[in-house]
Design a protein around this ligand. Structure first.
Ligand code: THU
Length: 140
């Protein structure tokens, strides 16, 4: 994996969060996903009056990237907080997003959960989703 600028990726996640559509929860999330191609795909959460169609920021970024032909990723930065508040907790990806990311990122995907550009927790997806179920399981 190539080295990359974590602060720049976090900054892109903050910019993506500006577009969050959150009239129901008022919890605003941004994500920036670094593909192995070097391109970054951003996403925000998009809520829905029907609630269940709501899409998380991480999956918005992932689906944008995969729909553009990307299949392999190095890292994702995630930022979230209630509207108008400074985040006290980092925002970790929800279980559904962990699974969605696992399909393309596998155990080695770096997940950066940030409060600010220089205050973040970094883990691999393998740490966040141990024994993840992925494509390898279906090709045994
Ligand atoms: N949300 C995300 O976008 N990503 C996460 O990792 C956690 C939750 C969104 C979904 C919903 O719009 C709001 O945050 C509250 O759950």
């Amino acid at each position: 994996m190539k080295e990359f600028d974590r602060q720049a990726l976090i900054q892109q996640a903050f910019e993506a969060r500006e577009k969050a559509y959150t009239p129901y929860s008022h919890f605003r999330v941004g994500a920036a996903l670094l593909a192995k191609s070097g391109k970054v795909y951003t996403g925000c959460n998009i809520e829905n009056a029907g609630y269940t169609p709501t899409n998380c920021a991480e999956r918005t970024a992932l689906f944008k990237a995969v729909s553009e032909g990307e299949r392999k990723f190095d890292a994702i930065a995630i930022v979230g907080s209630m509207e108008g508040k400074v985040n006290q907790l980092v925002t970790g990806p929800c279980g559904v997003c962990r699974q969605a990311l696992y399909e393309f990122g596998g155990d080695d995907l770096i997940v950066i959960m940030a409060k600010s550009a220089d205050d973040y927790i970094e883990r691999t997806l393998g740490e966040l989703l141990p024994f993840g179920f992925g494509p390898a399981n279906l090709s045994e």
